[in-house]
Design a protein around this ligand. Sequence first.
Ligand code: PLP
Length: 360
Amino acid sequence: MKRVYNFSAGPAVLPEEVLKEAAAEMLDYKGCGMSVMEMSHRSKMYQQIIDEAEADIRDLLGIPENYKVLFMQGGASLQFAMVPMNFMKNRVADYIITGQWAKKAYAEAKKYGTANAIASSADKTFSYIPDCSDLPVSEDADYVYICENNTIYGTKFKELPNTKGKNLIADVSSCFLSEPMDVTKYAYVYGGVQKNIGPAGVVIGIIRDDMITEDVLPGTPTMCMYKTYADNGSMYNTPPCYGIYICGKVFKWIKAQGGLDAMKKINEEKAAILYDFLDQSKLFRGTVEPASRSLMNVPFVTGNEELDAKFIAESKKAGFENLKGHRTVGGMRASIYNAMPKQGVIDLVAFMDKFEKENA
Ligand SMILES: *Cc1c(COP(=O)(O)O)cnc(C)c1O
């Protein structure tokens, strides 16, 4: 068996321990004679799996009683529509545009009402997070929306925007469980799990009780109402059973690492190894303003497209997969999510150093 260092932005690396456990339980989950994939979602055994997953994520994030945890499908992209369908009561919402995913969410919201772009970092190819301390928040805005970690551009909000009392809604797909998060700062926060938690197909939402309502935009499908998930323990219909089971295992793995404080410390160490190398390199450079750098996604370039292509090809041969940057940015991007071992980053930097010397 050969495992590579997988720097994919998503679907992304998962903890090896989790994959091994899932493999061991594949044919016979805890003596029940079947796989979790084959199990009724109405069975006691499955109820225990989803209940434990919920209890563990609550524990990890310290989610208060007045927030519900929802397990949904449709990717983060369906949330771009569900957010306005459920929350745009006045048909006005404010968006902070920090990259592709925020832009897509903003475009979707426009289908339902007036979406205002109240800040943007498009002027410098989204290489920074704008100052959000005093934004022109609309008086009748139903919410202020952000994409907290910008997977493609490698930026992260280090401070949440001042929403001037409006509800904050955030897409945390690519920084979910990478560090502690104060859930009470958000009215609704969600993430697709394929970046840092589990297999594609599952989306986890954390919603404050008062945001759960039947009073949604006319025509909203039942399956697109948060209330449907909240009222039915995320099992109005068949949930993505197997995906939730893997998420549950990842929650336990994070707990075993010491929880989110420990995760943050490890992630800071890993990111520092890579950023410190980039900052002293004469060949490679990071594309993001230092104050806005993400701990999870690290884009970098040589400034020469041919050299970039050579680096991507040679790194792949050396066992470093998926370092090619997003098609809209070019260059390289190393996604160093929770499950990327520190050794993977150390080895990558050693490889970059060698490449630099050979191509000086
Ligand atoms: C990947 C990603 C998405 C899109 O996720 P899908 O599950 O493919 O819809 C949205 N937002 C962020 C921040 C992402 O990283």
